[in-house]
Design a protein around this ligand. Structure first.
Ligand code: E4P
Length: 224
């Protein structure tokens, strides 16, 4: 499963990239607005750090406006992926841009039929928001299972990008179902390598090592 970071914060992106396992970045208008920086400047910075796909979302809601915005965003760097909402105009823009070879991430996907249509329109990625479905007592994980089955039934190559991840167990579930990508907030990326038994185990190993070496020094100084 590919791992993207879901943020527009450049420090978080740098830190996540330094782990050596980061495949891409997703941003959205809310995440960018939070940073208080110019959108294109921030995207340029992000694309300098991460060479994998970097999703940049349009704010137009009509076909022509989306295509025009996409054309500007694509000038920023070759790894920009255009993010469009799963609305009718977004579907049309997806088809127009995909036909030109542009990589499209169809966002705000909440039901399997949206995923079916955007795959037919040539989307590179579809972003089902699982956490937001769970937030209203739905089952976000089930949505990923449904899309996985539909895509596998018909051999669609659109990648399933599990978005709106709320906790590490979501990631375990995504990896088991076979989501192609998960986009993850920085805090959860940090949690992925953590387990209290690892920390306790390591502490004990090192303490035992020190004890053993101290003993050896006393009994066999030449070996220590
Ligand atoms: C994905 O591209 C979105 O930016 C994101 O995952 C939304 O997550 P949220 O529901 O936590 O805002």
């Amino acid at each position: 499963m590919e791992i993207y970071i879901d943020t527009a914060n450049i420090d978080e992106i740098r830190e996540a990239a330094s782990l050596g396992v980061l495949d891409g970045v997703t941003t959205n208008p809310s995440l960018v607005a939070k940073e208080g920086v110019a959108f294109h400047d921030r995207l340029t910075e992000i694309c300098d750090v991460v060479k994998g796909p970097v999703s940049a979302e349009v704010v137009a809601t009509d076909h022509d406006g989306m295509v025009a915005e996409a054309e500007q965003l694509l000038k920023i760097a070759p790894n920009i992926v255009i993010k469009l909402p799963c609305i009718v105009e977004g579907l049309k823009a997806c088809k127009t841009l995909s036909d030109r070879g542009v990589k499209i991430n169809m966002t705000l996907c909440f039901q399997p039929l949206q995923a079916l249509l955007v795959a037919k329109a040539g989307a590179y990625l579809v972003s089902p928001f699982i956490g937001r479905i769970d937030d209203i007592s739905g089952d976000g994980v089930e949505l990923i299972q449904q899309i996985r089955q539909i895509y596998d039934n018909y051999g669609f190559s659109t990648k399933i990008l599990a978005a709106s991840i709320r906790h590490p167990m979501h990631l375990v579930q995504m990896a088991m179902i076979g989501a192609d990508v998960a986009t993850v907030p920085f805090k959860i990326i940090q949690q992925m390598m953590k387990h209290p038994l690892t920390d306790v185990g390591l502490k004990n190993f090192l303490a035992d090592w020190d004890k053993g070496m101290a003993m050896l020094k006393k009994t066999e100084p030449a070996l220590a």
